[in-house]
Design a protein around this ligand. Structure first.
Ligand code: F6P
Length: 359
């Protein structure tokens, strides 16, 4: 009997169900139904801690390819607090190990982003058999060129900016579209290029207000009556970026604006006297059906995860490298962020067509 647990952890994204389906259908193809038990762990690591799980039926993995969200539910269990004993005296790591043993699992499959991969690695170091899959709209996981969820979010964000274009043009306004990504600017960069944004501000390239104004005024002089800025939620002004971490955090908290985009809008309005509006699509970017690219990617990741389980090759995250599906050791990738390299060819390409980065 092969017993496999599966959970989805952290912020959801498109393609989670497609990936769950990929793993489980490939497992059912390899083992007879009576030789395989798949346990769905409810709401991520929380379910593993509390022992909330259920034996899944084979038909539950059908008809979910195109469904957004996750049939297993998810939650955030910050890695920073995973070793802390909580107020009820619960040792989360021991409880997770207990659930794993109680279910007599041969392996636990984790679908997660950065924090979830760190916990997956910790559990692997604690002796559990883990196989993980890289999910996040942020595309910021080390060890893989792409994560599922990213392309679907790019599609939505691009569509938002496309729509903003027409209204910005009608009203001769400057529009700031704030996109998700606190630390990494991949989503903003791709959606910005895809939608013809004029300025792209990402966390990896701190911006200077004067440089943003310079680029916007250049457009005005060229007779262009509107401008679009694609701004990552983690974009940061140069003067804040220079500060030590603690002071930077304080400066961001004390800026008297709900997000950086509203501060930038205020600063631009004051310096240019032109109308500025902010649009924040927020969790829209993580919602709805996965795009076809993500359906294929999640399915490929899922079947590779099943292959690793069959070979009992544990402690690994499936990944995409140079167009090929592979796997990398969890130890080697856990805790490492994949940021946009500021000298990458995609940044160069954007600069080549006149997109400004506020520097
Ligand atoms: O899952 C990644 C992400 O969507 C980030 O892009 C975003 O900053 C964050 O999650 C939002 O988190 P929450 O859903 O907890 O508000």
């Amino acid at each position: 009997m092969k017993r496999v647990g599966i959970l989805t952890s952290g912020g959801d994204c498109q393609g989670l169900n497609a990936a769950i389906r990929g793993v489980c259908r490939a497992l059912y193809e390899s083992y007879d139904e009576y030789e395989l038990e798949i346990y769905g762990i409810i709401d991520g690591y929380k379910g593993l801690i509390n022992g909330e799980c259920r034996l899944m039926r084979v038909d539950e993995f059908s008809g979910i390819l195109t469904q957004g969200g996750t049939i297993l539910g998810t939650s955030r269990q910050p890695f920073k607090q995973i070793r802390d004993i909580d107020e009820d005296g619960i040792n989360k790591i021991e409880e997770m190990k207990r659930t794993y043993k109680k279910l007599k699992l041969d392996c636990l499959v984790v679908l997660g982003g950065n924090g979830s991969q760190k916990t997956a690695n910790l559990l692997s170091e604690e002796g559990l058999n883990i196989v993980s899959l890289p999910k996040t709209i942020d595309n910021d996981l080390w060890g893989t060129d792409i994560t599922f969820g990213f392309q679907s979010a790019v599609d939505i964000a691009t569509n938002v900016i496309d729509c903003i274009h027409t209204t910005a043009m009608s009203h001769s306004r400057i529009f700031i579209v704030e996109l998700m990504g606190h630390k990494a600017g991949w989503l903003t960069l791709h959606a910005g290029i895809a939608s013809g944004a004029d300025i792209i501000l990402i966390p990896e390239i701190p911006y200077k207000l004067d440089d943003v104004v310079r680029d916007l005024e250049k457009r005005n002089k060229q007779g262009k009556n509107y401008s679009i800025l694609a701004v990552a939620e983690g974009a940061i002004p140069k003067e804040y970026a220079k500060l030590p971490k603690k002071e930077r955090k304080e400066a961001m908290e004390n800026m008297n604006h709900p997000t950086i985009s509203y501060k930038l809008a205020d600063d631009l309005q004051k310096s240019m006297g032109q109308e500025v509006r902010v649009a924040v699509p927020g969790h829209f970017q993580r919602g709805g059906s996965p795009c076809p690219y993500d359906r294929v990617l999640a399915t490929r990741f899922g079947t590779e995860a099943a292959r690793l389980i069959r070979k009992e090759n544990y402690g690994r995250m499936v990944s995409m490298k140079d167009g090929e599906i592979k796997s990398v050791s969890l130890k080697g990738i856990a805790g490492k962020l994949k940021l946009v390299p500021t000298d990458s060819s995609i940044i160069e390409c954007a600069r080549d067509i006149g997109i400004g980065f506020g520097d």
